[in-house]
Design a protein around this ligand. Structure first.
Ligand code: ASN
Length: 305
């Protein structure tokens, strides 16, 4: 029963952190609206969800003769939404029942929220520029509102200075070895992009580039050792390419048939990304563990309210 955390434990979050997090959420929404985005409501259950590139415990709910999965990410719904509106975002709750080896990473929760956005006919560069401008705007406004408090909590809180450096995945791997992401994150003083991620390291939906080995995608990495902030990319949207990539990854075509039928019918090309809200709060407030970045946090390997 020591896996069961007390309610008191779940409520050990500073009031100031919650206020800053609330403001972050509001500022990101305002920025995106000013830039032509609309907010769509999140999808919590669906017959299809992100297969992810690593395995987690199953989170499906039986319903009549079928089953629903709890959302791991809204990627497919974002792509379908592109038929209706060219710029969308959602504060999307994700459930990923991670194994307990991730418990001490400081940045994994089994229930978290990402601000998940997608833009029709956009490129990876468009998304990177948008995110850079959004973070710059959010940090400037946080500085105005919470400057003194933020510097007390976070001695390295500073303004964001885009454009962020772009680091090629394979070059970094060669120079720094398999632990390159954490090495570079610890060294950095500004966020940076990790780009051109190898096809085997990602899900099928990020677009293959001309080399056929790496993708038109990116992760945003926070400095000072805070690690991954966001992942995204340009998307595969043509039926044959989607099918090829799914087969290559060994994805279950049967359970993905709803998606495949729609891809065959035609979905727009798009690019987008998702930014973890709790990870952003953790970074801004300089928190050791992500469990202190939200109320009712659920860490891998534990049961909590
Ligand atoms: N939201 C991410 C994206 O847009 C996907 C993910 O969270 N796995 O690429």
């Amino acid at each position: 029963m020591d896996k069961l955390k007390s309610v008191q434990e779940a409520l050990k979050v500073k009031k100031e952190v919650l206020e800053i997090s609330s403001e972050l959420i509001s500022l990101m929404g305002q920025f995106l609206r000013r830039n032509g985005f609309i907010e769509i409501l999140p999808v919590i259950i669906s017959p299809i969800t992100d297969p992810l590139n690593h395995s987690v415990f199953d989170a499906t709910i039986k319903y009549y003769d079928g089953s629903y999965s709890l959302t791991k990410s809204m990627i497919f719904h974002k792509q379908l939404a592109m038929r209706i509106h060219p710029k969308i975002f959602s504060f999307s709750p994700n459930v990923r029942l991670e194994t307990e080896d991730k418990k001490d990473s400081g940045r994994h929760l089994i229930e978290f929220t990402q601000i998940d956005l997608e833009m029709r006919e956009a490129t990876r560069d468009d998304v990177m520029t948008l995110v850079e401008e959004m973070l710059k705007d959010v940090f400037e406004k946080l500085e105005e509102e919470f400057g003194t408090l933020l510097r007390e909590m976070n001695s390295h809180f500073s303004t964001i200075k885009p454009p962020f450096k772009r680091v090629k995945y394979l070059e970094a791997l060669e120079e720094y070895g398999p632990d390159f992401e954490s090495v570079l994150s610890k060294r950095a003083t500004q966020p940076f992009w990790l780009i051109d991620i190898p096809v085997d390291d990602r899900e099928f939906y990020d677009k293959l580039d001309a080399t056929g080995k790496t993708l038109r995608d990116m992760d945003l990495i926070y400095p000072y050792g805070f690690g991954e902030a966001s992942s995204g990319g340009e998307r595969e949207y043509e039926y044959e390419s989607v099918l090829r990539r799914m087969k290559y990854k060994g994805n279950d075509l049967e359970s993905m048939k709803w998606y495949l039928e729609e891809v065959k019918r035609g979905i727009p090309s798009s690019a987008g990304c998702g930014i973890g809200v709790e990870r952003l709060t953790r970074f801004v407030c300089n928190l050791e563990d992500i469990k202190n970045a939200r109320l009712f946090a659920k860490k891998p390997g534990e049961l909590s309210i």
